[in-house]
Ligand binder design. Sequence first.
Ligand code: ATP
Length: 352
Amino acid sequence: MKKIAVIPGDGIGTEVTNEAKKAILATNAKKPLDIELVDMEYGAEKFLKTGVTMPEEQYDDFRKNYSAILMGAFGDPRVPGNEHAKDILLGTRFKLDLYVNFRPVKLLDEKFCPLKNKTVNDIDFTVFRENTEGVYVGIGGIFKKGTPDEVAVQEEINTRKGVERIIRYAFEFAKKNNLKKVAMADKSNAMQFGHNLWNRCFFEVAKEFSGIQAKHFYIDALAMMMIRNPEEFEVIVTNNLFGDIITDMGAQLQGGMGLAASGNINPAGVSMFEPVHGSAPDIAGRNIANPVAAILTAEMLLRHLGYLQNADMIERAVRVAIQKNKLTRELGGDLGTKECGDFICSVIKSDN
Ligand code: ATP
């Protein structure tokens, strides 16, 4: 029996994770899964009551006893600095060494695309964002704070090991999925040390993958191409900061935050899956959040664990919901969070 930790978190995280769980259980009724979903209450409420974000021993428990983690979202107006959210999300990424941030950008219906004349065939690529280094390590400091002479230094960390493993993962993904192009984006013209490492490493690893075209872009040029010719891309690999920005662009290309799913993967250990969107306090508790991103996140999790048929059932059901406009308001439907989840589950249950 594989154990999956389910941590809904805060705000709409709790609402959408509930629908994701329902979708997993609906597929289980059709094709039994040998998994156990274990609910965990980490988030703002627990932090406010106990001061605990995510205890050290929980990470050990994940490493030893769990196959995957399904998260909702973190962030609550009662914790103005959102320190619990940073601790839980960055803590999980760093401590479980989830070095692959895996974000598919796939347009499921033309009506969701903000670009003119682009079809579902034009927007279908995967971004691999380095998830454990870059500017996110928090190395730096402020000197003479609050004075006119203030100096702020923020370091970007790029290690050979860290850069090489994410680049290799991107090529291996391309090979496994019979894709022919891997693009890498850096800013090596301006950042001549760290991004020179990316550049050299990319072409060195590319030599091991004959038959796959390796193409280098400066990040500004890649951003432009993502809008002008998204059909050019199959796989993109980039650093933590650039990945953060272009995956939000990618989310918009596929129809917005309500549809974007992501995986945080340690290929040799436990991985974590979460929708790209945050806890959205502005719409929390009103049954209006779109649950599709969380449901597609559950699909990714099942696919990652090898439950391909169950994952396919979820994907088919989401497509039916889109086709029949059984969606929440921000995508043009008239259903609530729960009702949209119920519809998707009913399609899963009648799947042949
Ligand atoms: P963060 O600061 O972690 O990014 P956030 O919730 O403030 O979190 P986003 O996730 O970027 O920000 O979302 C921005 C806005 O988009 C939300 O405030 C909300 O109005 C809308 N939104 C996000 N996710 C959804 C969703 N699943 N369904 C409907 N609207 C959403």
